[in-house]
Design a protein around this ligand. Structure first.
Ligand SMILES: [Zn+2]
Ligand SMILES: [Zn+2]
Length: 308
């Protein structure tokens, strides 16, 4: 069964608290796991939600503020201690490689499994991952240090075979792939059977944009246009706009305005400042601009395919 979901592992900005963890999210696309950001304690959150570490093959780090990557070293080490053998890909700013290498050098430790580090261009958006079903693009954000978001987009899907019609028209196996791509079937006797008699329409392609730490920045709009689900940070309320400007973060209203302009189907907000005890205030502020908004709280799983 097809699956496209986002599990929130951390929603706090800056420091972890007893109830909230710094940023990390697990994207599940047809049971392939992608970890996005890896704040302190992420491995404990993965354990809490029964995620098998071995199924994570790709880790994306948005930027080098500690609340987005300090959990990485611990997670990499635990994967080693658990006997991981499978290759792991880590994508992030070039300097992250130096940080990792420095740790391994001075701790005189190594990893049993191959770690492939992929430096991300922090100045212009690019495709950093692609397979036959999916692309992951970066989106350059506006923050105190270089920072990118990540956009996951499913490629257009093939048409779905109608087994009853295949039987009825006696379509041989070798013709199935062509039917999926939309061509008509020509029988050995020369009879043409229209494709739409043999297949159902393809399922929609879904998308998810993760916009990590950023000031309000309209230049991201073309990159996140029409996404099924948008995560946008909302560190502050409008009443603290000055702080947002100073620290290059967004308010809940900023996040909602971006969602509205990008024509996102749904918005989730996170990276909340610990100064707010009532997160509902942030939610309400966002909903006033973009109704279909939810808080990206720890343990919440957003099923993108079902959110349409
Ligand atoms: Zn942050
Ligand atoms: Zn930051």
């Amino acid at each position: 069964m097809s699956k496209f979901s986002v599990l929130i592992l951390g929603s706090a900005s800056a420091t972890p608290t007893v109830n909230r963890n710094p940023t990390a999210q697990l994207i599940n696309i047809n049971h392939h796991y992608f970890l996005v950001d890896c704040g302190e304690g992420t491995q404990l959150q993965l354990r809490k939600y029964n995620i098998n570490f071995n199924r994570i093959h790709h880790i994306f780090i948005s930027h080098l503020h500690g609340d987005h990557y300090l959990g990485l070293m611990g997670l990499l080490q635990t994967m080693h201690l658990l006997g991981r053998e499978k290759e792991l890909f880590v994508y992030g700013p070039e300097d992250l490689k130096t940080i990792l290498d420095t740790h391994f050098k001075y701790s005189k430790s190594f990893l049993k499994y191959p770690l492939q580090f992929k430096a991300v261009d922090m100045e212009q958006s690019s495709t950093i991952f692609e397979n036959d079903k999916l692309t992951v693009n970066t989106v350059v954000l506006k923050h105190k240090i270089p920072c990118t978001g990540f956009v996951f987009r499913e490629k257009p899907k093939t048409r779905r075979i109608n087994p009853k019609a295949i039987e009825k028209y006696k379509v041989p196996k070798y013709a199935i792939n062509k039917l999926k791509s939309g061509t008509d079937f020509e029988s050995p006797e020369g009879e043409i059977i229209k494709n739409n008699l043999l297949t159902h329409d393809s399922l929609p392609s879904y998308s998810y944009a993760f916009c990590s730490d950023t000031a309000y920045f309209e230049e991201i709009l073309p990159e996140i246009n029409n996404v099924s689900l948008l995560y946008h940070e909302a560190t502050f309320l409008e009443k603290d706009k000055k702080l947002a400007k100073k620290t290059l973060h967004s308010t809940a209203k900023d996040a909602a305005t971006i969602a509205q302009q990008a024509k996102a189907n749904k918005l989730i907000i996170g990276h909340f400042s610990n100064r707010y005890t009532q997160l509902t205030d942030l939610l309400e502020e966002a909903k006033n601009v973009f109704e279909n908004t939810e808080l990206a709280l720890e343990g919440k799983e957003f099923n993108i395919a079902e959110s349409q």
